[in-house]
Design a protein around this ligand. Structure first.
Ligand SMILES: [Zn+2]
Length: 155
């Protein structure tokens, strides 16, 4: 495993729509391993492939002790709304309040190519929705109100 550089907000790659993963091979698994290591190093709760410069539809979420890896995810149900403050590894130091679904059901493939479905509420719903947005080139600042800088970390 290796740490990868996190792509920052000003890089146009974050604005592109990521492509479906056509084949889950060793390279894809290696990228996922690197994404996880990078996310943990940065104390993140989620990371999407475009954030390490890979325009593929996959992300990792780790909320509490639940680790979710999803390839070619599809949101199949959302319900309700919640308003919470969030940030993003690609926009270090900035936070804003975003309207997210209160409940989300999402389906995709795991690294073994098996179909998996996850349901999330609270922070898990937020992070799943946030990471999914990255695959469509959407950043939390597009949806957030009162975006502001809270610390000078990494700047
Ligand atoms: Zn993000």
């Amino acid at each position: 495993m290796a740490l990868r550089n996190i792509v920052l907000e000003n890089d146009g790659i974050l604005r592109k729509k990521a492509r479906e993963v056509s084949e889950i091979n060793d390279k894809i698994c290696m990228i996922l391993d690197d994404m996880l290591e990078t996310m943990i190093e940065k104390n993140g709760v989620g990371i999407a492939a475009p954030q390490v410069g890979i325009l593929k539809r996959m992300f990792i979420v780790k909320v509490e002790d639940q680790l979710i890896e999803l390839i070619n995810p599809e949101i199949i149900e959302i319900e309700g709304i919640q308003l919470e403050e969030e940030g993003c590894l690609s926009i270090p130091g900035f936070y804003g309040t975003v309207e997210r679904p209160a409940y989300i059901k999402i389906r995709g493939l795991n690294r073994n190519g098996e179909e998996v479905t996850y349901e999330g509420t609270d922070i898990l719903a937020i992070v799943l929705n946030h990471e999914y947005d990255h695959l469509d080139g959407i950043l939390f600042t597009d949806k957030a109100s009162n975006v502001r800088e809270i610390s000078q970390d990494d700047r």
